[in-house]
Write a protein that binds this ligand. Structure first.
Ligand SMILES: C=C(O[C@@H]1C=C(C(=O)O)C=C[C@H]1O)C(=O)O
Ligand SMILES: NC(=O)CC[C@H](N)C(=O)O
Length: 759
């Protein structure tokens, strides 16, 4: 018999970790998820309750003391007649105890992403603590909370404490049962990857729920559990549909079509791709690795757009997608802008679709669907879409810029590419349609045969002396104010971690060619994910979007079977006094641990939303880069083939990247955009819009492989390289200091800004 669980989510970033933990207890469990605002009041949920064996109320931002504003329909959920078993987690637990008359107060010392010993209370009879049956006297679990249930003898009648933890705050209630009900709750997070015995808690609760459902308490109530019936199924599937689970495109059986590949052996050299690009006489995009490291940056991909390449551009401000061929001679800048600004200005060669960013994915999915092949799964990129997605392409963000119209996404379909495999030592010409340009092959072959020192082809590490740069930096005062605001939200329980970012604007006195600038940047800040994207898709030498990136961070890589993410959280500046050993010591403190763990759990959540198998393959390793040491974790998602989804769904669902938002994602993104960053970045135009920065860059190959890096340590331009933007920031937690974060932000900013500062 199927056990039906109703999960009420408060837009948390750990929800699906819990949902997965529940599902993992038994194959026969079905979890239906609704949000705390799917209905206006709990009364609208009541008619469905006879369908559910139990309710789990998840964690989330906000304070139950603020009522519906923060907790929505949960506010009036816990009335005495609710004869249904409930398990509340963190916020869910707080709401439940608050409804019993117990105040929820702020902790003196707040705990976000910290592991604590939880001590099980020694109750008189074992049956009083069935929730912790089979538990040892103490176990470790992760805490993510600013608030706590302040039990005392006056206000806590009916709340039976089940477990505690002890810290600087004194004893803190970690779990309780409500007398005379089947309502239970825990303050800690059983679903975190660093918590022990989380599954045991859920299975104990499900057993308690079953016993309760068989008792007369439930049977005689108005919520008597219905037997399986079509009416019950209809009700459950109605609720199941309240959250969109659609995929970008429908997967089909793929054909194995021949792909043209010609390998030439070469001596690996981290600058090889750069050198090749320097001799090319055709347009190119570059996704390059300039450091050879294990498991990342093994390949450099030079993508060659041509007149057959389709270009997709999305403008979130206009809810519009434009589609045209690369440098179509029928198009001009004027015709293009007229179509962007006016839906009635059709132009030959230009397709304009009115759609929002969510439909943009479907447009692109439709295009790719017929081009997917089963061929050459061993090659990272056989041809496909390459490009840049800005921060505002992700969920919960809006590009509300009124001053400037900028593209939020640009993807170009590529048939021909050159792949440099730095591990294997090969350069390959790859073509989807067997039309790789002979002239390019000739140029590259003769470069490879030339034994002279080809590094002389690289441009200098310094920019031309006769160019000056006007640099508009964020001010320390504005940063201090934003830091303080972020701390307030963290202390009030509205966020657990805030990735606070600044923007800097650079205006050169004279235009410097992007490709020239890129070569200087990449040599000064070598990185595994360096990208050069000058989208001169209307005419040569002119672009509405240009990105030069030296990112250390892989966001998401996938193939048909699964995916890998490498979130970075935790940064130490490198100088002569800091060794790998001393950096490791700093990076293994509670502050950095918590920062990394929160994002790690958030990423597990983003994957569990679509997949049922997610593993943490590396927990907080220290990696060394040119200017910083970073704490990196590796998360993998499996069994993608067995689902209706493909890698592109994983990308769509998990943007914006958790390492650039903080947690929980929805509330934190909205606070950053509406309350914090607009003011912080008011020294530049378009404040409050992160644009390309914090987005991702990469490819979706026709053999269904993809690899996307986070747009950080980068510069980008919307006005044909006449001015540049640089973003930089870092995660703020309750353990952060203003001085520490200000310095960290500057260290990251300088990894790219150094190019202009020391020109
Ligand atoms: C925000 C940036 O970096 C992000 C924040 C990090 C951190 O807080 O430690 C580390 C890497 C990135 O995920 C940036 O480089 O601007
Ligand atoms: N993780 C949570 O559910 C947090 C609950 C609440 N917002 C707090 O900070 O205490």
């Amino acid at each position: 018999m199927v056990v039906n669980v109703l999960f009420v989510d408060s837009y948390d970033s750990f929800t699906y970790n819990l949902v997965n933990l529940i599902r993992a207890q038994d194959k026969q469990i079905h979890v239906t998820i609704i949000h705390n605002d799917t209905f206006a009041t709990f009364d609208e949920v009541r008619p469905f309750l006879s369908c559910f064996d139990c309710i789990v109320v998840g964690p989330g931002p906000g304070n139950p003391e603020n009522g519906c504003r923060d907790v929505g329909l949960l506010h009036d959920m816990f009335s005495q007649d609710l004869k249904v078993p409930v398990l509340g987690i963190c916020l869910g637990f707080q709401v439940m105890c608050r409804a019993m008359g117990c105040p929820v107060k702020q902790l003196k010392e707040i705990k976000h992403g910290q592991v604590y010993d939880i001590t099980v209370a020694n109750l008189e009879s074992k049956s009083q603590n069935e929730l912790f049956a089979e538990y040892p006297a103490a176990f470790k679990s992760v805490r993510y909370h600013s608030l706590h249930v302040a039990v005392d003898s006056d206000s806590s009648e009916g709340i039976i404490p089940l477990c505690y933890t002890h810290d600087e705050n004194g004893p803190v209630l970690m779990g309780a049962k409500i007398a005379e009900t089947a309502w239970y709750g825990v303050q800690y997070h059983p679903e975190s990857c660093c918590s022990e015995l989380g599954g045991q808690l859920i299975s104990n609760f499900l057993r308690i729920a079953k016993e309760y459902n068989d008792s007369k308490d439930r049977k005689n109530s108005s919520y008597q559990l219905l037997d399986n019936s079509s009416q019950k199924q209809t009700a459950i599937s109605f609720l199941d549909k309240t959250i969109d689970k659609s995929s970008v495109y429908e997967k089909t059986e793929l054909k194995d079509l021949p792909i043209y590949v010609e390998d030439i052996p070469v001596t690996p050299n981290a600058h090889l791709a750069l050198i090749i690009c320097n001799v090319l006489n055709v347009p190119f995009f570059l996704m390059s690795s300039s450091t050879i490291q294990d498991n990342r940056g093994e390949y450099s991909i030079i993508a060659l757009p041509n007149e057959r390449s389709t270009v997709f551009t999305h403008y979130d401000q206009k809810h519009k997608t434009l589609i045209h061929k690369w440098r179509d001679s029928r198009l001009s800048h004027e015709k293009y802008m007229a179509a962007v600004n006016d839906s009635h200005a059709p132009s030959e060669g230009l397709e304009s679709i009115n759609e929002d960013k969510f439909d943009f994915w479907k447009t692109v999915g439709n295009f790719m669907k017929d081009r997917m092949v089963a061929s050459r799964p061993d090659i990272p990129f056989i041809g496909g879409l390459v490009g840049v997605l800005g921060y505002e392409m992700g969920q919960f963000t809006v590009n509300g810029d009124k001053e400037k119209l900028v593209p939020d996404a640009k993807l170009v379909f590529i048939e021909n590419s050159i792949i440099v495999d730095l591990k294997k030592g090969t350069v390959s010409f790859v073509s989807l349609n067997n039309n790789f340009p002979e002239s390019v092959k000739g140029t590259v072959r003769s470069l490879m045969q030339d034994n002279s020192d080809s590094s002389s082809l690289l441009k200098s590490k310094k920019l031309p002396h006769d160019v000056g740069f006007d640099i508009r930096l964020p001010t320390r005062d504005a940063y201090a104010k934003a830091f303080k605001k972020s701390q307030n939200y963290l202390h009030n329980g509205d966020s657990y971690e805030v990735c606070l970012t600044t923007q800097t604007e650079v205006k050169p006195s004279k235009r410097v060619e992007p490709w020239r600038l890129f070569q200087t940047l990449i040599q000064r800040n070598p990185a595994p994910f360096s990208s050069f994207f000058e989208f001169s898709d209307l005419c040569p030498g002119s672009s509405h979007l240009c990105l030069l990136s030296t990112s250390p961070e892989r966001f998401l890589k996938w193939d048909r079977n699964g995916c890998e993410l490498r979130p970075i959280k935790g940064t130490v500046k490198k100088d002569h006094s800091v060794t790998l050993e001393s950096a490791t010591k700093i990076l293994k403190t509670p502050k950095e641990f918590g920062e990394n763990l929160m994002i790690l759990d958030l990423i597990r959540n983003d994957l569990y939303e679509l997949l049922d198998s997610v593993t943490v393959d590396e927990l907080m390793s220290v990696e060394e880069y040119e200017t910083v040491y970073q704490l990196v974790s590796v998360v993998k998602g499996h069994n993608l083939r067995q689902t209706a989804y493909s890698g592109i769904d994983l990308l769509r669902h998990s943007l914006p990247a958790g390492s650039m938002t903080g947690a929980p994602k929805k509330n934190t993104v909205q606070l950053l955009q509406n309350e914090i960053e607009t003011e912080l970045n008011s020294h530049i135009s378009s404040a409050g819009v992160r644009g390309v920065y914090s987005g991702v860059t990469g490819y979706w190959s026709c053999n269904d492989r993809g690899d996307w890096s986070v747009n950080i340590r980068c510069m980008y331009s919307y006005d044909n390289a006449n001015s540049w933007r640089l973003g930089a920031g870092g995660a703020i937690t309750v353990l952060s200091t203003l001085d520490g974060e200000w310095e960290e932000m500057h260290t990251k900013l300088e990894s790219a800004l150094q190019v202009f500062q020391d020109a």
